[in-house]
Design a protein around this ligand. Sequence first.
Ligand SMILES: NC(=O)c1ccc[n+]([C@@H]2O[C@H](COP(=O)([O-])OP(=O)(O)OC[C@H]3O[C@@H](n4cnc5c(N)ncnc54)[C@H](OP(=O)(O)O)[C@@H]3O)[C@@H](O)[C@H]2O)c1
Length: 267
Amino acid sequence: MANIRVCVAGATGWAGSALSKGIFQATDLELVAAISRGHAGKILGDVLELPELTTPIFGTVSEALNMNPEVFVEYTKPDSAKFHILSALRGGAHVVVGTSGLSDDDFREIDEAAKEVGRGVLAVGNFALTAVLLQKFSEIAAKYIPHWEIIDYAHSDKKDAPSGTARQLASRLSRVRESELDIPLDETQGPKESRGVRLHGSQIHSVRLPGYVISVDAIFGMPDQKLILRHESGTSAEPYVDGALLAIRNVGSLVGVRRGLDSVMEF
Ligand SMILES: NC(=O)c1ccc[n+]([C@@H]2O[C@H](COP(=O)([O-])OP(=O)(O)OC[C@H]3O[C@@H](n4cnc5c(N)ncnc54)[C@H](OP(=O)(O)O)[C@@H]3O)[C@@H](O)[C@H]2O)c1
């Protein structure tokens, strides 16, 4: 079978550069284009210090699409992500979304656009296997335990909150049910913000401090017992590579938006 032709938007960034190296090493994938405004016109291997990697870097999506990628990976920033995704779909590519910060309304619009052109979009708030499993296990817990809250931890300069990981977890749990609150939020004595944000029927608390990387706790409480599920990543982008490669290999079988890596995994 021919290799899958891939374009990575954000290929020089923290997450995108690790993924680009992973694609380069994969024998069934070919990195045909990279996108970065600051490095446009250069060769990706020169930037990543991997001389064998000869992929050209473009400054815009429209230029990169001239390389006819079958799969476009969006790994830039929340403010440019939707434009990139819609452009890639119109250009005929399937899309893997790693960038966080897109809203449900954004995904509805992207879903319509993807269905119109018969392409798939696989959006994964966190490609790390332990984060994917946390979501799966949390869904099971929510079937049995009606009270839970989510704590989302990240470094202090992360602009979006809650994190993509926490948003996706809340969205997934909403398919099971909404979490129960013994005291309605309106009846909170003191600032209501102290109870966090209610999103997709879950309470989420976002901690942003130097020294933290992305981690998330799903805390399920029952009288006199509790279950704490915690995903914790280290400081490298390594945990995200294998999951993103799996998404790239599977997105071509989809039409419309799918959220969560486990939607293409077997359990
Ligand atoms: N789903 C997951 O598992 C996962 C894992 C890690 C990170 N993320 C998310 O992925 C995104 C990227 O994170 P990061 O830490 O890799 O960021 P980063 O290190 O700042 O890298 C951003 C990359 O995007 C490029 N870029 C930014 N704005 C652009 C634009 N308007 N047009 C074209 N290229 C642009 C940057 O290059 P130039 O500035 O040169 O254009 C750079 O290559 C964030 O939303 C983050 O939360 C998700």
